[in-house]
Design a protein around this ligand. Sequence first.
Ligand code: MN
Length: 202
Amino acid sequence: MTFALPELDFKADALEPFMDQQTVEIHHGKHHAGYTAKMNAALEEAGLTEVNLETEVFPQVSNMPKAIAINAGQYWNHSFFWKSLAPTGQEASEKVSQALTASFGGYDGFVSEFTKAASSVFGSGWAWLCQRQDGSLTIVETFNHENPLMENIAAEHGQVTPLLVIDVWEHAYYLKYQNRRPEFIEAFLQIVDWEEVERRMS
Ligand code: MN
């Protein structure tokens, strides 16, 4: 195996009631595990078992076999998603708060922009909080398996560092929230790991 499915930093029921245990178990143990296995098989077939996804796959993803692009994107996005979550409600640190204020007018402004973006992804995808090269923050929407490190997204938004992501594929919320994606987004914002967001900031 080239890449392992990352273990969760919390128990599957630790995000209740915002994210239910069954969803976490299926999302991680079936969906994420499935993308991991398919990515490893595709990398092996292409002789790319030693590849670095962030520096060697995503920046030139258009040259990659479709099975690598899709499954490596999903593998990496889900790994990043789980790391974005923490069981206990945290508040944004001073450094993060200042950055949110500078770019969105404050935490509420960020919530409004982030919720708008995550709600408006049509079909399956992701909404990301990212940091630009100049330090300012921005929100990026991506579809399906795509992420901000991929060349086409970077061409559109510039080179950015992802700080936080919400998965808005239906599998991320349908068991508990059914068609009510806005409720899931609101719940997600209660379990953000803001310490991890700060660690990702420059
Ligand atoms: Mn997912």
